[in-house]
Design a protein around this ligand. Structure first.
Ligand code: SIN
Length: 269
């Protein structure tokens, strides 16, 4: 049984100290996945894990997405997340769920940070169950029947190894999906990947998307923020969470490795 404490009453959880992820049983990993589905994110501190062990661990969570252009000697399951004094931007510096343009967009992502700046470099997370629940009923009814197009964007070129956007899929997904593990409804449109809502005029689509993005960004009561330390691991469930990587630490260095586990085709709510 995993012992955890809540970060906010409804969103986010941190496991109590003392466990090592690589020693968890299969049953405990199922519990961890359920916890991520229910609480959105799971923070685990002080993990002794090499890159090799993290890449192996990915396969215990499902099918990892691969980075075919991984640097020589690095496992393709690992996506380096690095920014330093030479960086103009950092990966994930806007509200998004990971590579949602995939026909089967990711379920869990797991980020393990090795190097942190002396301050800053937090990641912000937002709860998409509550984001949907907090919309008014007429607006909920409108978006429940709609799909939106998710198109590949710049940082997916980096993580996929593709040379051009048209090598990567664009996919229409329901604007509200049902999470397979909780059966709860989650808002599933994000500023990082969505280009337009199908069936609406361009100006209508733009206005509704802007309103939803503002709702996600400003609704601080449905968000939490994680302060990293070296060897912190965070799991987030992309089916019901968006995140934003703060890049406030230039020119210091922040370095970690993400694994991203294939999910399933979203089921409309
Ligand atoms: C990402 O979007 O996967 C990066 C998150 C982070 O660096 O905190």
């Amino acid at each position: 049984m995993l012992n955890a404490k809540n970060i906010t009453p409804k969103f986010g959880t941190e496991l109590e100290p003392g466990i090592q992820l690589i020693e968890l049983s299969d049953a405990a990993l199922i519990e961890l996945q359920q916890l991520a589905a229910e609480r959105g994110i799971v923070v685990v501190r002080d993990q002794n894990m090499t890159q090799e062990q993290q890449a192996d661990f990915a396969h215990r969570l499902g099918e990892p997405l691969l980075k075919p252009n991984a640097p020589e000697g690095m496992r393709q399951e690992l996506i380096p997340i690095k920014a330093d004094g030479n960086s103009k931007y950092a990966a994930g510096e806007l509200w998004h769920s990971d590579v949602s343009n995939e026909p089967e967009p990711p379920g869990l992502s797991m980020l393990r940070i090795e190097v942190t700046p002396s301050a800053g470099g937090d990641t912000l997370f937002a709860d998409m169950y509550q984001a949907f629940e907090k919309l008014s009923e007429p607006l909920q009814r409108l978006i429940l029947g709609l799909t939106a197009n998710h198109t590949p964007r710049a940082h997916y070129l980096y993580t996929s190894g593709a040379k051009k956007y048209d090598e990567l899929p664009t996919t229409a997904h329901p604007m509200v999906r049902v999470h397979p593990l909780t059966q709860r409804r989650a808002l599933f449109v994000n500023e990082g990947f969505v280009s337009n809502i199908n069936g609406l005029r361009a100006f209508e689509s733009r206005a509704i998307l802007r309103m939803i993005y503002d709702h996600v960004a400003y609704a601080v009561n449905i968000q939490c923020r994680v302060r990293w330390a070296p060897n912190t691991v965070v799991f987030w469930d992309n089916r019901c969470v968006q995140h934003y990587a703060s890049f406030d630490y230039f020119p210091e260095t922040r370095l970690g490795y993400r694994i991203t586990i294939r999910g399933e085709r979203p089921v409309p709510a």
